[in-house]
Design a protein around this ligand. Structure first.
Ligand SMILES: [Zn+2]
Ligand SMILES: [Zn+2]
Length: 327
């Protein structure tokens, strides 16, 4: 059986919806679209499509090879479709989590997060180097179980199409049951946020339940404005810089780092450094949590006596009684 690539059919709808969103937000808030940013997003989407076409032959060879070595035979029966879709979505979650936690995979995925804006055009920021990063190994192994190649690729296409509409600020919250089960604009805004509390959260593709199950879920709050993009913003709309900057960073680190540290610059988390000169998302969040704890203590103690305030812990965990007493 041959099945069409559903993404090919969705592209005109993508373009139409971007234009509609542009029109809608232009009337309410001009900041949401910035021409240079949108142009970069569109170029990255186009480049990703070209990269996909150039590597299609390798994907065909690889998928057919895996299916030839399958352990079981799964025919085109009705139950195979939802099973394949859900399994592929779980694999997407695992891939996406790795893409944020392992620098090698991040180097390809960072492209999707490089915009400081959040609108439907951001969804088109797709990687050009996915096949080089080998992220597809997370998605293709079900072929060994016997799922047909066209079925798996079709499910993957539907997954990608689903993720388009969640890149918008136009939709606030969906009905409660949808928010509970599905990935929504609200959940995915959290994923694109650089606010410390939101870092490395909501990796889901279609079903948000994976994040809830594996402990990576964070709900969007109404009392904190979201900042989008990267912890260290690109500061450039240069297309080639946007696409390849992290790979160039890896190459530079591999050349310059001492031998004992080279491997970690590949498989460690983004932001890891052997001399502590950079920050990972865990370090950023820890620093923020410490500050938040200190702020809470300060607010609580401001209503207490001078003696109580003097005994309150400092952010580094020490007590300030001694320094206050000697002052
Ligand atoms: Zn991501
Ligand atoms: Zn996204």
């Amino acid at each position: 059986m041959t099945l069409p690539n559903p993404v090919d059919y969705a592209v005109p709808a993508f373009v139409a919806l971007v234009l509609i969103e542009m029109f809608v937000v232009r009337r309410a808030n001009r900041d949401r679209y910035e021409p240079r940013d949108t142009l970069t997003s569109l170029s990255m989407g186009l480049g990703s499509t070209v990269a996909g076409a150039l590597t299609a032959g390798a994907i065909v060879l690889m998928t057919n090879w895996l299916h030839t070595h399958r352990f079981f035979d799964i025919p085109y029966v009705w139950w195979a479709w939802p099973l394949c879709f859900v399994l592929d979505d779980l694999n997407y979650y695992l891939f996406h989590r790795a893409a944020h936690r392992v620098r090698w995979f991040w180097a390809a995925h960072v492209n999707h997060h490089s915009s400081q804006h959040y609108n439907l055009s951001t969804a088109l920021r797709q990687t050009w180097t996915g096949i080089f990063a080998l992220g597809f190994v997370f998605r293709l192994w079900p072929l060994l179980l016997g799922f047909p190649v066209p079925m798996l690729l079709f499910c993957g296409g539907i997954n990608l199409i689903y993720q388009f509409w969640i890149h918008t600020e136009v939709i606030g919250r969906c009905p409660r049951w949808i928010e509970a089960v599905m990935n929504t604009p609200s959940h995915h805004r959290v994923h694109h946020a650089v606010n410390p509390r939101y870092l490395d959260k909501n990796y889901a593709g279609v079903f948000i339940v994976w994040d809830k199950f594996f402990g990576s879920f964070a709900a969007e709050r109404d009392d904190e404005k979201i900042r989008y993009g990267l912890v260290k913003q690109l500061g450039s709309f240069n297309l080639l810089h946007s696409v390849f900057h992290e790979w160039i960073g890896i190459a530079r680190d591999l050349v310059e780092a001492p031998w004992r540290a080279k491997l970690m610059y590949l498989v460690g988390p983004p932001g890891w450094s052997h001399d502590g000169s950079r920050e990972t998302s865990d370090m950023i969040r820890a620093r923020w949590e410490e500050r938040e704890t200190w702020r809470t203590v300060k607010n609580t103690t401001s209503s207490l006596s001078a003696a109580d305030r003097a005994a309150a812990p400092l952010p580094d965990g020490s007590a300030k009684a001694a320094s206050t007493a000697s002052a």
